[in-house]
Design a protein around this ligand. Structure first.
Ligand SMILES: [Fe+2]
Ligand SMILES: [Fe+2]
Length: 271
């Protein structure tokens, strides 16, 4: 089974560029094309689909993501609005019973793997949190189908801990100690998140907290709150999670855009 993660597409309304410089919608469209070529059983967008939390941007992102051949799941980022995601992604499988600004958590069981989407946003704020409702959902989800345990893979927007990135760590995750305790009790194979606009993984609570590089510009690793924030226009990337019972979980980071090649390792015309 192949799951592909994309994150932080930061789509803006038609006719505009992100920071007057970057066509983020075009990057998301290229990511959709690349995912369709790679093949996926499930695609997970880990939030900040759009930049302004507005209906026009959310609708534009939804139109682009409708080009995916694989089913799409998503969790909200701090730039998104829950009610807009719920309205524009009716097939995204959010937990039943919610409406409007209610939480957007979900679980998806396939091929012996429990895949979890955890909503970590605080509406109107940049940082994330695990509150009472989130903790109750997470504990139940990590317990596995019917409480039977088993391997799991957790997707969320905010890393539930500091990532060693001074600029982003300035917004601490609320409930980090509780999150660490819950993850320690039933560690998922990996926590796959976004938000920090950097390619960085760290260990925590017997698992790996892995931040997928963004589809939009990157924040330099040494950016700090007391310095002017610049952004980088390096290659946008996605993450591929291949799962089977024999080899377990394999994770690869891949650029959205093909480089040149492939070329022959050896010249077939040489004697
Ligand atoms: Fe973001
Ligand atoms: Fe974010």
């Amino acid at each position: 089974m192949r799951i592909i993660q994309v994150t932080d597409s930061h789509v803006v309304p038609e006719g505009r560029l992100w920071k007057q410089r970057v066509d983020t919608a075009a990057t998301l469209a290229r990511a959709v094309s690349r995912i369709n070529t790679l093949g996926a059983d499930l695609v997970v967008h880990t939030g900040d689909l759009c930049d302004g939390g507005d209906a026009a941007s959310t609708a534009r992102a939804a139109t682009i993501l409708a080009g995916l051949r694989a089913p799409l799941r998503l969790v909200p980022g701090n730039h998104d609005r829950r009610a807009l995601l719920r309205a524009h992604f009716p097939g995204a499988g959010f937990a039943a019973g919610g409406a409007g600004e209610a939480r957007l958590d979900w679980t998806h069981d396939a091929e012996g793997l429990r895949i979890i989407g955890l909503d970590t946003i605080i509406p109107g704020a940049t940082g994330g949190r695990l509150d009472d409702d989130g903790a109750a959902f997470l504990e139940g989800a990590l317990a596995g189908p019917g409480g039977a345990g088993g391997p799991s893979l957790l997707f969320c927007h905010h890393p539930p801990c500091a990532m060693g990135l001074p600029f982003m760590d300035a917004w601490p995750f609320e409930g980090a100690a509780r999150a660490e305790a819950i993850l320690s009790a039933a560690p998922p194979l990996r926590v796959a998140c976004g938000h920090v606009h950097a390619d960085v993984d760290r260990t925590l609570a017997g698992t790996v907290i892995g931040a997928c590089p963004p589809l939009s510009p990157q924040i330099p690793h040494d950016a700090a709150p007391d310095r002017a924030l610049g952004f980088l226009l390096e290659a946008p990337a996605l993450r591929i999670f291949d799962w089977d019972a024999d080899l377990g979980l394999r994770v690869r980071t891949m650029p959205v855009d093909h480089g040149p090649g492939p070329f022959f390792w050896f010249d077939p015309t040489a004697g």
